[in-house]
Design a binder for this molecule. Structure first.
Ligand code: ASP
Length: 418
């Protein structure tokens, strides 16, 4: 896709989101949600098309990334920079979430019915707290590592298990590097698969405005605006945390790309809008990869490694969301969290963000790990359910911006090195 086409693409997607919002809200206010069922299939088909391309794209990109790096030493440097970036930014994200929600206290004194119903579970959870902490934490860490290794790579592909596909592609590429003559056929097949996957991505993106329109109509017509007003203060604190984080990232990366933060957002808008409407970092991955390599000149070998990995394990938006929501729910229940509990949120929240699948609503589920670890009643999750969808859309935008900034940053380090 050339740049002018990308500009048109962002323009049409923005129009599709605005139109989808207006029509969705009209259907909601006139109680005609049934009509949305005729529009919904276009969104479902668009999402399925994006998902269809993910596994061939990830397999071929990660494999070719290692082949193009040409040595294990280069891969080690790339891995080191990438993981270092993920660690620092996820920690920053979760810390800023904790600080914001603790100072602004959106749940303090909140008069939400649910806090009355479940007060009994507070003492129960407090009692279980000591036992649960180390077990939850340890089992989360062990599980992340254990399940990353596929028992059956074909099943991993069939199930769409991205992290397992990455591990398999990496291992296959590593042995191909060390026995190149035997891997000639494999390399040329995978190179071709990678190129064809990119062409298919571009073709799918041509119908994106229709798909995005249908997805937004579906969400807005079924949720409306009432829940946003009901949980206004909490929603605003989460959005503030997310906006602060992407602003910081854009200021950080701006000198590297010689672009103002505003220009950065403009150039990455196609990625942000796709993430917003699909609520899925992995469904957005094809767009992220083509935008970063074509518009930000990130080398393919970096983008092909950093972006698929980032879509799976680097979730700054989810980290912010999980920390703010857990502490908000604790505030609603009147639980005062100690410094050590806040530290536990920091550690488990980071792990939860790593373990969260890059699909809609996944962060909402993994939040249970963090709540369980610090003894916040799990039933409290219902309090934030009403605004979950809109916050999912918003945190996914931050997740993909985090991945994109990571790819640009790591690429600049790799270029300096060579
Ligand atoms: N939907 C998010 C993503 O795909 C994950 C989450 O639910 O936090 O990035």
């Amino acid at each position: 896709m050339v740049k002018s086409k990308k500009k048109h693409f962002s323009y049409y997607i923005t129009l599709a989101i605005i139109a989808g919002f207006i029509i969705g809200l009209t259907l909601n206010l006139t109680h005609s949600q049934d009509l949305a069922t005729y529009i919904k299939p276009f969104g479902v088909i668009f999402l399925r098309l994006l998902k269809m391309i993910i596994i061939p794209l990830i397999f071929s990109s990660v494999y070719m990334s290692v082949i193009n790096l040409e040595s294990v030493k280069n891969l080690a440097s790339l891995g080191k920079y990438t993981l270092g970036y993920y660690f620092v930014t996820t920690s920053m994200a979760i810390l800023s979430g904790i600080i914001l929600v603790s100072f602004l206290g959106p749940g303090k004194g909140a008069n939400l019915d649910i806090s009355q119903k479940h007060t009994s579970s507070i003492s129960e959870s407090k009692e279980n707290q000591k036992e649960k902490k180390p077990q939850e934490l340890l089992s989360t860490v062990i599980q992340v590592f254990e399940t990353a290794v596929p028992q059956n790579p074909i099943k991993a592909m069939v199930d769409g298990n991205i992290i397992q596909v990455i591990v398999f592609s990496l291992l296959l590429a590593l042995v191909s590097l060390s026995s190149k003559e035997d891997a000639v056929g494999m390399i040329s097949f995978t190179r071709s698969l990678e190129k064809i996957s990119h062409h298919l991505t571009h073709a799918i993106m041509k119908v994106a405005p229709i798909g995005v329109f249908a997805l937004i109509v579906n969400v807005v017509s079924s949720t409306g605006m009432n829940s946003l007003i009901y949980l206004g203060k909490y929603t605003l604190v989460v959005l503030l945390g997310l906006i602060l984080h992407v602003t910081l990232l854009s200021v950080f990366i701006s000198p590297k790309i010689k672009m103002s933060p505003l220009m950065f957002f403009k150039n990455i808008s196609a990625v942000m809008l796709t993430a917003f409407s699909t609520s899925s970092s992995s469904a957005t991955l094809p767009v992220t990869m083509s935008t970063l390599t074509e518009d930000f000149e990130v080398s393919e070998k970096t983008a092909n490694f950093v972006l698929p990995l980032g879509a799976t394990v680097n979730m700054d938006g989810t980290a912010i969301y999980v920390s703010i929501s857990t502490i908000f729910i604790a505030q609603v229940y009147g639980i005062d969290l100690s410094i050590s509990q806040l530290f536990l949120i920091f550690v488990t929240g980071s792990l939860a963000a790593i373990g969260t699948a890059s699909v809609p609503g996944a962060g909402f589920i993994t939040m249970g790990i963090v709540m369980g670890a610090v003894g916040v009643p799990l039933e409290g999750i219902q309090i934030v359910l009403a605004v979950e969808r809109v916050l999912d859309m918003s945190r996914t935008v931050v997740n993909v911006v985090g991945d994109s900034v990571g790819a640009i940053f790591v690429d600049s380090l790799m270029k300096k090195r060579s």
